[in-house]
Design a protein around this ligand. Structure first.
Ligand code: MG
Length: 291
């Protein structure tokens, strides 16, 4: 099932996709988090309603971030694809070393944005805005000390996420948080694909384009730490919660590691795509041009 949060006539609603239409399920689940918290009964309930329910065309609604206000920060894996780790070290003139323990940082909840939202650009804040397409995992239920062998039972679904990064801010500080957390620098969606619909998330093409030119073209099979390993690691002594978002890292081809380095400018269109999920399309927009 593909699940969306959308705006219609000023109201924020929850829905399920049926073909090119959206079936509104807000009366049963007032928010995506409420749906996830009741997924055991909720998903079959939605599935039962889907066939006969009235629907609105997808083109008539505005898709928002599937989880518009996450309960807490987005958890992100750093350097989780070997080729990206190598390009990152090379760009800094350092010898490459692959992580032996997952590298985890977070993005602020206020960075999260929708699948077609503009990416704000403010030259006074950062001149080095970069792209990182990633597979995001949504946690289904609370869990602590989850063994890797049981981790799949804790996955609610998946979405595309771009870990947009202000490289100057990121590299200047000793922590990534600030450079990873500018408003609107975490486009997500276009929907959550439920786990049952994506049986092998580790064999998907993952691509990122800028103005139609392919910059990243990888496969999720190239992750260093796979999804069960990440869930097992994060849940050690730390409770994962329903609706938690985990960004699993980006393949090679980011802007700062290119020769010469490339960064996004106002007017650039960023497309982030994962096979079997969908495409995000976000235009970089000067803050002075934002509403
Ligand atoms: Mg990243």
């Amino acid at each position: 099932m593909k699940l969306v949060t959308f705006a219609q006539q000023g109201a924020v609603k929850v829905g399920a996709i049926r073909g090119e239409e959206v079936v509104d399920v807000t009366a049963v689940f007032p928010s995506m988090l409420a749906l996830i918290e009741n997924y055991v009964t909720g998903l079959p309930q939605i599935s039962d309603r889907l066939a006969g329910a009235t629907a609105v065309p997808l083109s008539a609604v505005q898709l928002l971030a599937p989880i518009p206000t996450p309960r807490r920060n987005v958890m992100c894996l750093g350097l989780n694809y070997a080729a990206h780790a190598r390009e990152s070290y090379a760009a800094k003139g350092q010898a490459a070393s692959l992580p032996t323990t997952p590298i985890v940082f977070t993005k602020a909840t206020t960075a999260v944005s929708g699948p077609y939202d503009p990416i704000p650009f403010d030259a006074a804040v950062s001149a080095e805005i970069d792209w990182e397409v990633e597979l995001a995992v949504i946690i289904a239920k609370a869990g602590k000390n989850i063994p890797a062998a049981q981790a799949w039972a804790y996955v609610f679904g998946y979405m595309v996420l771009n870990d947009v990064s202000a490289r100057d801010l990121q590299m200047r500080g000793k922590q990534y948080f600030k450079g990873k957390s500018l408003d609107g620098h975490c486009p997500t969606g276009p929907w959550i694909v439920s786990a049952d619909e994506l049986p092998n998330p580790h064999d998907l093409r993952i691509t990122c384009r800028v103005n139609g030119v392919t910059k990243q073209d990888g496969r999720t099979s190239h992750m260093i730490f796979d999804i069960p390993t990440i869930i097992a690691y994060l849940s050690q002594g730390m409770t994962l919660l329903p609706g938690d978002i985990i960004a699993t890292g980006t393949p090679e081809g980011v802007g700062f590691a290119r020769t010469p380095p490339e960064f996004l400018r106002p007017g650039d269109v960023l497309e982030s795509e994962i096979e079997g999920i969908g495409v995000l399309r976000n235009e970089v927009t000067a803050v002075s041009d934002l509403p």
